[in-house]
Design a binder for this molecule. Structure first.
Ligand code: C5P
Length: 230
């Protein structure tokens, strides 16, 4: 069973995907982590972030690994664990160059499909999972919330990680990423055809999970007393 969850930064999709996968006992894939690790590799290599050739090369050749489980994702680059290093504001401010590269997107979408085939069942989240990577997913969700609510959630994550940022900085970053994510030519952020659209602005994460499960149940993909039925 493939479940896709797309949406903008701070819409709650990462937490929702992780918790939903844990509830179903299947792995989850945070595709933002893939764009982030390529961003980190490109920054560390000091390459021109507008060079399509260099970025494509890094996406194809960087030695990174994702360790996926129902409750965790760990990311390594070479011998280093970079799970935390890919979440810094520096990486945030540069992902848009990497996300706009057609060669990078091709390489990462191919890897996402490979993981889907290999794992069989997956909750995968990002910007293009229901539209490009898995258009035939069993069920697709699109989560959204107001930009202020999304920036508040991201600020909370940064402060919890000990990063010193202001609400205004986070709001500006979320706003720029929204615009570049929605306007890029390849794999833009969009509501995938057939997706269930959920506004999470007034919801707690527990309410989001209950809503997702209700849709899975309605689609015959899940029973309250059991695990995933596919
Ligand atoms: O979801 P997250 O904020 O971790 O994603 C980091 C960046 O990676 C986003 O700003 C977006 O530009 C990019 N991304 C993407 N396609 C995906 C997932 C993330 O372009 N499927």
């Amino acid at each position: 069973m493939i479940i896709t969850i797309d949406g903008p930064a701070g819409s709650g999709k990462s937490t929702a995907a992780r918790k939903l996968a844990a509830r179903l006992g299947i792995p989850y894939l945070d595709t933002g982590a893939m764009y982030r690790v390529i961003t980190l590799a490109a920054l560390e290599a000091g390459v021109d972030l507008e060079s399509e050739d260099m970025l494509t090369r890094i996406a194809n050749e960087a030695n990174y690994e994702l360790d996926l489980g129902p409750t965790h994702i760990r990311v390594s680059l070479g011998a280093r664990d970079v799970t935390e290093a890919i979440r810094t504001m520096r990486v945030n401010n540069h992902t848009r160059f990497i996300a706009a590269s057609p060669g990078v997107r091709r390489a990462l979408v191919e890897k996402q499909r490979q993981l889907g085939r290999q794992l069989g069942s997956l909750v995968t989240e990002g910007r293009d999972q229901g539209s490009v990577a898995f258009p035939n997913a069993d069920i697709k969700f699109y989560l959204d919330a107001t930009v202020e609510r999304r920036a508040e959630r991201r600020l909370h994550d940064f402060l919890a990680d000990g990063e010193e940022v202001t609400f205004e900085e986070v709001l500006a970053n979320v706003d720029v990423r929204d615009r570049t994510d929605s306007s890029r030519i390849v794999g833009p952020l969009t509501v995938p055809a057939g997706a269930v659209h959920i506004d999470t602005t007034p919801m707690t994460i527990a309410e989001v999970i209950e809503t997702l499960l209700a849709h899975l149940r309605q689609a015959g993909l899940w029973q309250p007393n059991g695990a995933a039925s596919k």
